[in-house]
Design a protein around this ligand. Structure first.
Ligand code: NAP
Length: 268
């Protein structure tokens, strides 16, 4: 017996589709379970999907996700509202195929704290400042690579490569590749400060550290849609997480077709 939960963006259209999905799935003898769902169905957009994934990050091992979009086509939310009957029939079948995408792990080491804080991101982690520049040394596998000075830094997952990363000039990466990508936000480049300027793509066994030059300085750290103000940080450490997110797949919708339909045209 499968347990499910449907989350909604909260607008009238998404709420109405959630109500229909709750009813259809219950009619097929699936059990509504907010605490321990096997399947999380989101109704809204990619933003709604991100919120739901963070709500159920503690159940990554046991939970699969699927997204219905009520606005434009999403990268995570790629089912149309008029496909939900078909979707419910597929969900009610004995088994479904799972596709896994990589996640980003960020560890934040603070100056006086005994333990580090660990975060997982589905799209990306960024560091920025409200005022002034971010000044951080970037270490790759324990070696100083460069001193960055500029608006900020973004480390994205492959599935997040179509989000903020793309706006920063990063490459779009197929989510079957276990990588993370570093992009710069307006780096200062002159005779004093020099950065590579190009996006960097790292394999899963590499460790990238951001080391604030002035530890007392506060900055903003984002993990997907969440923003935190942090200070007295010794080190931020990024790696490809050992955990992956599972998507329930009931039909083929190749990644490059989603990229085409989202950014080029949805008419062929
Ligand atoms: P938001 O500012 O309300 O929306 C950000 C937009 O990014 C929405 O249109 C959202 O799609 C879309 N999006 C989210 N994940 C995506 C993905 N993997 N590929 C392509 N598009 C994606 O913020 P939010 O809804 O809370 O989402 C947070 C995300 O916004 C962050 O993770 C970051 O990637 C993105 N962001 C982008 C920029 C930029 O491009 N300049 C700046 C800041 C943040 P839906 O409309 O379907 O929800």
């Amino acid at each position: 017996m499968k347990r499910f939960v449907v989350t909604s963006k909260g607008d009238d259209k998404s709420n109405a589709i959630k109500t229909i999905l709750d009813q259809y799935l219950s009619d097929f003898d699936l059990i509504m379970d907010e605490e321990t769902p096997d399947l999380v169905i989101t109704v809204g957009g990619d933003g709604t999907f991100l919120h739901a994934v963070h709500q159920y990050f503690h159940r990554l091992e046991d939970t699969a996700f699927i997204g219905v979009h009520t606005g434009h086509l999403g990268f995570y939310a790629d089912w149309l509202p008029d496909e939900i009957e078909k979707l419910v029939i597929e969900i009610s079948k004995e088994k479904f195929e799972l596709v896994e995408y990589p996640l980003l792990e960020v560890k934040v080491f603070k100056k006086h704290a005994k333990e580090y804080k660990r975060y997982l991101a589905l799209n990306e982690a960024t560091v920025r400042k409200i005022e002034g520049s971010v000044v951080m040394d970037i270490n790759i596998n324990g070696e100083l690579f460069e001193r960055f000075r500029g608006d900020g830094l973004c480390m994205s997952t492959p599935s997040g490569s179509t989000a903020y990363n793309k706006a920063l000039g990063g490459a779009i990466i197929h989510p079957s590749l276990s990588t993370m990508q570093l992009t710069e936000m307006s780096s200062i480049n002159n005779r004093v400060y020099r950065t590579i300027g190009s996006p960097l793509i790292f394999p899963s066994h590499h460790v990238v550290q951001f080391k604030p030059v002035n530890e007392a300085q506060s900055f903003l750290m984002t993990i997907d849609h969440l923003t935190k103000s942090v200070d007295h940080v010794n080190l931020l450490e990024c790696t490809v997480a050992k955990e992956k997110i599972k998507f329930a797949r009931f039909r083929t919708f190749p990644f490059w077709k989603r990229v085409h339909d989202s950014f080029i045209s949805d008419e062929r």
